[in-house]
Design a protein around this ligand. Structure first.
Ligand SMILES: Cc1cc2nc3c(=O)[nH]c(=O)nc-3n(C[C@H](O)[C@H](O)[C@H](O)COP(=O)(O)OP(=O)(O)OC[C@H]3O[C@@H](n4cnc5c(N)ncnc54)[C@H](O)[C@@H]3O)c2cc1C
Length: 331
């Protein structure tokens, strides 16, 4: 089968990778973006989809999730190839291009590569008792984030969490859901701020400490109730429509060393051109380090623009240094 060689492949579909995808395709490059998670959005989707962001130009405030959806729409304008659920494991430099191999066993070919990987990807941990609960198919689909937050409105929600993230969800959902119950196997919440814990305890949210889930009742993939063993060893039944869980995250680091990409203190050192030490591979966003670097969504946009412009010139020396969208589209 003929190899489909793209001008640019962006690894990582967080905010930096999404914007790079749009910008490169606006420049007329053929672009593919590959994200390992099942959804685009990177840290914004995994850590704070339900929070408002106030420091992205043009938006006085915007929910993390809404920003990501707008960015996906923008990225799609020129119909790049957008892939989720693939982890790039290996990059091999060939004579004129790169072969990227995913751990799912697929190969991708590209003249230039942009690393928009952040520090890697985060996998959610579950409570020890989670795997012993019934209904594995249902459990696999239980969210460990608060994306699509409208689904919890006016619902009875159980949050299984020992973490400040679960507290944040409870504080958000207490005014949206019809009831919120938090089940925490520990005595306190990991990394929680005192003020947040106090706000939780002062609210009408029910919190069970030192309690573990013992059963789920699910009919036709719809949750009906959960049971827990409370700290007095009593079985408690809680009627519920939705359950979300968060017990911390584990970082899977992107294997830059295997790709020959230099790393210093966990970051890729770059200069103003966003080039890595490997010709044809560029980097942008949270993964790069240079003097004055800030880890912000907006910094990733600027770095993505520079990286894309330079990547374009690396595969076509006649490509212009930069372009104005007002000039490209004209209306
Ligand atoms: C709690 C918190 C609050 C924040 N609040 C703000 C704020 O208010 N304002 C602001 O501007 N910034 C904020 N930030 C920072 C902001 O989230 C980051 O700067 C931004 O998300 C970085 O985007 P990125 O695309 O560079 O990296 P990421 O969002 O980390 O995205 C990288 C993506 O690459 C994928 N990936 C990695 N390796 C591979 C691989 N080998 N194959 C395939 N995919 C891969 C990952 O799965 C991930 O989706 C906050 C960060 C945190 C943690």
């Amino acid at each position: 089968m003929a190899e489909d060689i793209f001008d640019l492949t962006v690894i990582g579909g967080g905010t930096t990778g999404l914007f790079a995808t749009y910008y490169a395709s606006m420049r007329g490059m053929s672009v593919k973006v590959i994200e390992s998670q099942s959804e685009f959005g990177g840290k914004v989707m995994q850590f704070f989809p339900e929070k408002r962001i106030y420091d992205v130009g043009g938006f006085p405030d915007i929910f993390g999730e809404s920003l990501v959806y707008r960015m996906i729409d923008q990225a799609r304008r020129h119909e790049p190839v957008m892939i989720t659920g693939e982890w790039i494991e290996n990059i091999e430099k060939r004579t004129d291009d790169f072969r990227l191999r995913s751990s799912e066993g697929r190969d991708h070919y590209s003249k230039a590569v942009l690393l928009a990987t952040g520090n890697g990807t985060f996998h959610t941990k579950t409570a020890p008792e989670w795997e012993a609960l019934p209904h594995p198919t249902f459990r696999q689909q239980v969210a460990s984030h608060l994306m699509h937050k409208e689904r919890y409105h006016n619902k009875r929600v159980v949050i299984a969490s020992d973490n400040k993230v679960g507290v944040g969800w409870a504080l958000y959902l207490k005014d949206q859901a019809s009831s919120v119950t938090v089940v925490n196997p520990n005595e306190t919440f990991h990394q929680v701020k005192d003020a947040d814990l106090q706000a939780l305890l002062d609210s009408h949210v029910t919190v069970y400490f030192q309690s573990s889930l013992t059963d789920l009742q699910v009919v036709d993939e719809q949750l009906e109730y959960v049971q827990l063993l409370d700290k007095d060893q009593q079985i408690v039944t809680i009627e519920a429509d939705e359950i979300v869980t968060f017990h911390g995250l584990e970082l899977q680091q992107t294997p830059f060393a295997d790709w020959g990409v230099t790393i210093e203190k966990g970051r890729i050192p770059v200069k103003g051109d966003m080039a890595t030490n490997v010709a044809g591979i560029f980097a942008a966003g949270d993964i790069v380090q240079y003097e004055g670097k800030t880890n912000l969504i907006a910094s990733g946009y600027t770095e993505a623009i520079t990286a894309v412009n330079r990547a374009h010139q690396s595969i076509d020396p006649k490509a212009t240094e930069q372009l104005y969208s007002t000039v490209i589209y004209r209306n």
